[in-house]
Design a protein around this ligand. Structure first.
Ligand code: GDP
Ligand code: MG
Length: 296
């Protein structure tokens, strides 16, 4: 049935077009100052970059982030082009009075939805709309080992209403294995207790494989991560890691932390789904609300 032009070949054509165009993927990192947000971003994507401007390739030390800042990169993963926007945010919750300190971040996310909607409504002739909608929000949790801070609960709740939130335990090298495992359980309980529904969401359309994939991800979330901008030598090989007084953490070793899980999750297994969920759930909710408001 090779010559038969059926649905298969149509999907292949669409797929080919999509792959040629590449993916636009936008990630935002959110959390207190000093939790390693900027470092993690550099750790995840530095090895993949083929063209980038900014400090990914430079040896400059991490500077403190003082405003919401988007940096663009192009990376190639398995022959597929990925246009990547990383939005770094200044730490919030650092002040004595933290009331509404999350507003600028929520506003930034909504502004991207709003910009997309405007383009959708006006520039009908544009075949391709530049997409700046945030597909994933990495939320950095302090590695206290005890509980979420009240502000974490509030902010994750607010964020989860507008974006796919993926929590990570920052600097997990400061926790023992037992502390880390208990902390994860505690965090999951608190999320349930506070009715915070996070990505991945199950839908009726999911097939068995997708349901399974979501389950494996739920078993890992929150990812316990370690970031580093430096390489260390282990067994004569240079790897991304951190050296301290009692030893070396190899960031890419799955026995040391879940950095590789997170990277695979973001750049491979859930990339497409994060993009689709953003369009179908978060953007759609925003859009219908705006259009309703217009009618009134
Ligand atoms: P940001 O304010 O959240 O962007 O944090 P930075 O990325 O600027 O990192 C703050 C400091 O924490 C730097 O000195 C980093 O080297 C250090 N750091 C980053 N990630 C880790 C980690 O996973 N473990 C440890 N122990 N330190 C880290
Ligand atoms: Mg920073």
């Amino acid at each position: 049935a090779e010559s038969y032009v059926g649905f298969d070949s149509i999907t292949q054509q669409i797929e080919h077009k999509l792959l040629k165009r590449g993916f636009q993927f936008n990630v935002i990192v959110v959390g207190q100052t000093g939790l390693g947000k900027s470092t993690l971003v550099n750790t995840i994507f530095a090895s993949h970059l083929i063209d980038s401007k900014g400090r990914f390739t430079s040896d400059e030390p991490v500077r403190q982030t003082t405003e919401i800042q988007a940096v663009s990169h192009v990376i190639v993963e398995n022959g597929v082009k990925l246009r990547l926007n990383i939005v770094d945010t200044p730490g919030y919750g650092d002040q004595v009075n933290n009331e509404n300190c999350w507003d600028p971040i929520i506003k930034y996310i909504k502004d991207q939805h709003s910009a997309y909607l405007r383009k959708e409504l006006t520039a009908m002739r544009d075949r391709y709309i530049q997409d700046t909608r945030i597909h994933c929000c990495l939320y950095f949790i302090n590695p206290t080992g005890h509980a979420l801070r009240p502000i974490d609960v509030i902010v994750m709740k607010k964020l989860s209403e507008v974006v796919n939130v993926v929590p990570v335990i920052a600097k997990s090298d400061s926790l023992t294995i037992e502390e880390k495992d208990n902390f994860k359980i505690k965090i999951r309980e608190e999320l349930v207790y506070n009715s915070i529904r996070l990505y991945p969401f199950d839908t009726d359309e999911d097939d068995e494989e997708e349901v399974q994939l979501n389950e494996t991800i739920r078993d890992i979330i929150p990812f316990a991560i370690v970031g580093s901008e430096n390489n260390v030598i282990i067994d004569g090989k240079s790897v991304r890691g951190r050296r301290n007084r009692w030893g070396v953490v190899n960031v890419e070793d799955q026995n040391h932390c879940e950095f590789m899980h997170l990277r695979n999750f973001l750049t491979r297994t859930h990339l497409q789904d994060l993009i689709e969920t953003t369009a179908q759930i978060h953007y759609e909710a925003f859009r219908s609300k705006q259009l309703l408001a217009l009618k009134e």
